[in-house]
Design a protein. Structure first.
Length: 337
């Protein structure tokens, strides 16, 4: 009786819906890696001290991944997010050094990030050049501007900035920082947008088939432009949070973040062709990337294997997601029988 119940149409339908979720493979990988590092580190990986370090670093990459995931669902890429990650806080720091109030400097720094996203979107949409190429060029341009603005001597942030609002621990001895609150708020807002709003449906429809979306009345150009701006804006927010934590806007911060973010989005289930993916999946991928980095240090694995691990998991996640979707079709077929 028990075995028969396990093979009912309702059970198969539930299994199919779980397997069909884009983030399923990423969640399974994350659980396995957490267990592996916890065992290999002798229990140190999930200790309070190590989780405190993870909680300080993860929001910075995860916020970038949220933006990259949304843009990938819209069917586009942004390789310039790592440079925007450095440009926005550099602009803010220079304005603070010039005597501007924190609120104004912060707003203008984020405006600089948004303008990069706007430029990426306009050039991509107007010229027809693939976003991969456009944002690759912007990666170099934005990084060069950041280095030039620094003048070789990065400005030091004033000591009286309201760190309590951005990066300070939530309370004395807390594992979490305010940066985690910002990340949670942004991720929840993006998740609601993608799952509950017309804009989210438009983004997914545009990435799935631009022609079909346009035929249904979706303003595909404006949707893609919004996704580009949002992606750059979130990268700027993440960079500002890191600089407020470090105290100095180094021009080199964010190097390699763009590839980590794309890998995290793919590991989390975002399709390279667009139209498929979730914010939750992107967050899972970001946590996984940060956990690998941290876990390799704790288990004394050569750090040079980090990029290999990310590359391997990216390819593995794409294969696993394809395999799971094929199993979903089998489960649905079994339900009809």
């Amino acid at each position: 009786m028990t075995i028969a119940r396990l093979h009912t149409p309702a059970t198969r339908s539930l299994a199919a819906s779980l397997v069909q979720r884009p983030e399923t493979a990423g969640i399974l990988l994350l659980v396995l890696l957490l267990a592996f590092f916890q065992i290999q580190s002798g229990g140190a990986f999930l200790s309070a001290d190590n989780l405190r370090g993870l909680a300080a670093l993860t929001p910075e990459i995860a916020i970038v991944v949220v933006g990259v995931t949304v843009l990938m669902i819209a069917g586009e890429f942004d390789l310039s997010v790592g440079s925007v990650f450095a440009l926005a806080p550099m602009c803010m720091a220079l304005l603070l050094e010039a005597g501007m109030p924190m609120a104004v400097a912060l707003a203008l720094g984020l405006l600089a990030a948004a303008m990069v996203g706007l430029a990426n979107g306009v050039i991509t949409l107007k010229s027809g050049i693939p976003s991969f190429i456009v944002t690759l060029g912007m990666l170099y341009m934005a990084r060069s501007v950041t280095v030039v603005l620094s003048g070789g001597f990065p400005p030091v942030l004033p000591s009286d900035l309201p760190d309590w609002l951005f990066v300070a621990p939530l309370w004395s001895g807390s594992i979490l920082r305010m940066s985690f609150v910002w990340f949670l708020a942004l991720a929840l807002a993006a998740g609601w947008m993608m799952g509950r709003s017309n804009l989210g449906n438009w983004i997914a429809a545009t990435g799935g088939s631009r022609e079909a979306a346009a035929a249904m009345g979706v303003p595909v150009a404006n949707v893609k432009l919004f996704a580009f701006v949002l992606c750059s804006l979130l990268a700027g927010i993440a960079g500002i949070l890191q600089v407020l934590r470090l105290g100095t806007p180094y021009p080199s911060i964010g190097e390699g973040v763009e590839l980590q973010a794309i890998s995290a989005a793919v590991i989390g289930g975002a399709a390279l062709s667009g139209g498929i993916g979730t914010v939750l999946g992107g967050v899972v991928g970001a946590v996984l990337v940060r956990a690998i980095d941290n876990g390799m240090v704790l288990t004394r694995i050569d750090a040079n294997w980090f990029k290999f691990a990310i590359g391997f998991l990216t390819v593995f996640a794409v294969i696993a997601n394809g395999w799971l979707r094929s199993k979903t079709r089998g489960l649905k077929l079994g339900g009809r029988l």
